[in-house]
Design a protein around this ligand. Sequence first.
Ligand code: PXP
Length: 241
Amino acid sequence: MLLGVNIDHVATLRNARGGNDPDILTAVRICKDCNVASITTHLREDRRHIKDADVEAIRMMPRVRLNLEMAMTKEMQKFALKIRPHAVCIVPEKRQELTTEGGLDVAGQLKWAIEFTKPLIDKGIEVSFFIDPDVHQISAVSKTGAPFIELHTGRYSNTYGTPDEEKAFEDLKGAAVFAQNFGLKVNAGHGLNYDNVHRMHEIPNLVELNIGHSIISRAVFVGLDKAIKEMKSLCEVVRGK
Ligand code: PXP
């Protein structure tokens, strides 16, 4: 599996003091030197971490694949069409949430999802929808023309090591297989860390994992380069083999 590194929390730390430390583009360069598949970043409506100028600067960096997470709003569609990231992941957004708490309800706004997706695809941007492992949402995405889904792994991550883990895991695995039968490619992310990521290898044909908080947290102690390399090797190698 490929690793996309979400660098939002480098910006969270920077914004705590309002200056330029730690520098976002230095973080991106380190990710790039570690050969990560994508730099993922979520431009939120409230711009609480990453700012427009950060995304624009990342987009200008050579040999960096930008995966822009964004809400399904006119404002974000316009921004994406302007800067043309390599990929966008369409996510739900609530102002008060600490992080993206659940998947997007694509089935409940299918018409808008189709209208939203088309110009992005026409510009050659790879579109994915961040959804819960739910068959209704998957079949809705299959009607939008988007080639990818990203499965929300939050319930699996939160129940890891508890009696509820197995059900959460089986739901994820079943959803991935169901989506692949529709011809969709499947990414996954949210709450994945150095302990729980290994079970993603049990899900067939996952393309990419997008991981942020655990990597940036570990980077505080071991450095970003080492934190990424450790996670990358967990993504690439099946534990115990
Ligand atoms: N994927 C998506 C779509 C997300 O919104 C997030 C969080 O911004 C992540 C992955 C990464 O989650 P975490 O920071 O918990 O690894």
